[in-house]
Design a protein around this ligand. Structure first.
Ligand code: PNW
Length: 481
């Protein structure tokens, strides 16, 4: 009965709307009407795209670059789908000017890219390789010549192979700070925005606990916690090193895929549960960075396996940041449950939607709640979405066009949630779409396409997808429909 009523109402509504349209003299899809309904972003909002060195550059043995753990790992049989490697990737090492033209055509204000540590220090530490820095210097010049502001990430997983023990050794954290000091000192006249590390859990847990990513180890809990500690310590020491080697005004932050929690219903109790979950579930990483300490309950939970902390570590780790960058792709839903923790994370139903990268469930509210939870907990002066995007099964049609309407759906919903955060006054300054180009998607090799430009990996031809045209329109209007 209820259902019938709703359907009748629906039909009536549609009929009324149709009558109104028929009597109106305006063209049915007048653009003025569409734009009046669009959601405008604040003036000066920064639109950008993101990439990472090992995923796009290729040129693996060029100009003195040393190997990274991802070279070794991808060349180990069975580790990456199809035995794909980053040896050539998008060949952006040679085609960077073409890639910057793609950025220019989109109209972006910013570009987030990463630096390959082993191009700069082939042995991770010691003697720098000037040709490595020259490459990034040319890229930066080309970006600036096109009025695109570079945002540079110092570490996006491609750890120099030569560093003994990798992230198991705190010497690696110190080497990272030296590398950070060297690069920022040389580029700080032209680059004013730096991110230290990308996604702690991916280069620590996936590499040293689960063993699915480089270097492919499965260590015991105490060792894993030490690896995590060395990761956040590297970030902290790098922040100090950057501050000491760059002029004031240089902006320092990180790019972190903090676990993101959405309240099941927007009531005060569930909102508080989402906030608590954000703080507790990110205890080894973002929480420690933002608070300069490990939560007592994290230390109690880990007991004898808790990380060993040297004097000065937590002070470095808690260094004040100019911005927090969030890489957000997904979320989990939480509710207040009256338990001691105050929250329950709901299991994801098997029918939960996902895109072509099936490990990422689609929860568009992640963008809004990612920004809101972090701001409400720690009040950073500024935030960016440093990554957001999705993989699609893109197939060029007979005319060679890629109509990735599913990616449009993903982006429209996520950028809509970004708008909500901006409209409510959260200090969100910009958005970097992952990714400019299809690229080496780590253990999935070239089988997962995240780009808004299609790359034919045989010819290196780049073709804008429909999503690139859509994003260009968002940027031009500074609004999302
Ligand atoms: C990011 N998740 O990782 C990385 O920073 C990129 O290098 C990578 O290509 C991109 O996402 C796409 O996978 C992710 O939990 C880490 O949903 C975690 C998640 C998603 C992406």
């Amino acid at each position: 009965m209820k259902d019938l009523t709703r359907r009748q109402f629906g039909a009536g509504g549609a009929a009324t709307a149709a009558a109104a349209l028929a009597s109106a003299s305006m063209p049915r899809f007048a653009s003025a009407q569409t734009h009046a309904e669009s959601r405008q972003f604040p003036q000066g909002f920064l639109w950008g795209c993101a990439t990472a060195a090992y995923q796009i550059e290729g040129g693996a043995a060029e100009d003195g670059r040393g190997p990274s753990i991802w070279d070794t790992f991808s060349h180990t049989p069975g580790m990456v789908t199809n035995g794909d490697t980053g040896d050539v990737a998008d060949d952006s090492y040679h085609l960077y000017k073409e890639d910057i033209r793609l950025l220019k055509n989109l109209g972006v204000a910013t570009y987030r890219l990463s630096i390959s540590w082993s191009r700069i220090f082939p042995n991770g530490t010691g003697q720098p390789n000037p040709k490595g820095l020259d490459y990034y210097s040319r890229v930066v010049d080309e970006l600036l010549a096109n009025n695109i502001t570079p945002y540079l990430t110092l570490f996006h997983w491609d750890l120099p192979e030569a560093l003994k023990g990798g992230w198991q050794s705190r010497d690696t954290s110190k080497a990272f700070a030296e590398y950070a000091a060297y690069v920022t000192k040389h580029l700080s006249g032209r680059v004013h925005h730096w991110m230290t590390t990308n996604e702690f859990s991916c280069f620590t847990d996936l590499g040293y606990k689960d063993g699915t990513n480089a270097p492919g180890l499965k260590l015991a809990p105490a060792q894993v916690n030490q690896v995590r500690h060395n990761g956040i310590l590297a970030h902290g020491l790098a922040v100090q090193a950057i501050r000491a080697n760059t002029p004031s005004g240089t902006q320092v932050g990180l790019a972190e895929n903090a676990s993101t929690f959405v309240p099941v219903i927007e009531t005060p109790e569930h909102i508080e549960a989402a906030r608590k979950a954000t703080r507790d579930e990110n205890a080894p990483f973002l929480t420690a960075v933002m608070e300069g300490k490990y939560l007592a309950k994290y230390l109690a939970l880990e007991g004898a396996n808790a990380p060993k902390v040297a004097p000065g570590d937590m002070e470095a780790i808690g260094s004040k940041l100019d911005f927090v960058g969030l890489n957000v792709y997904t979320a989990d839903y939480v509710k207040a449950d009256g338990s001691p923790s105050g929250y329950a994370i709901l299991p994801r139903p098997a029918s939960y939607p996902h895109m072509a990268a099936t490990w990422i469930n689609v929860a568009p509210e992640c963008v809004y709640w990612g920004i809101r939870n972090v701001t409400d907990l720690w009040h950073p002066p500024a935030l960016y979405i440093t990554e957001n995007g999705c993989a699609s099964d893109d197939v060029p049609n007979a005319a060679g066009q890629i109509d990735d309407t599913d990616r449009l759906m993903y982006l429209r919903n996520h950028i809509g949630n970004l708008h909500r955060a901006a409209a409510e006054g959260y200090p969100i300054k910009g958005y970097f779409l992952w990714s400019l180009l299809d690229n080496f998607e780590w253990i999935a090799g070239y089988t997962k396409r995240f780009g808004i430009h299609y790359v034919d990996f045989k010819t290196q031809k780049r073709t804008p997808k429909l999503s690139a045209e859509w994003y260009r329109n968002v940027i031009a209007r500074n609004a999302v429909e």
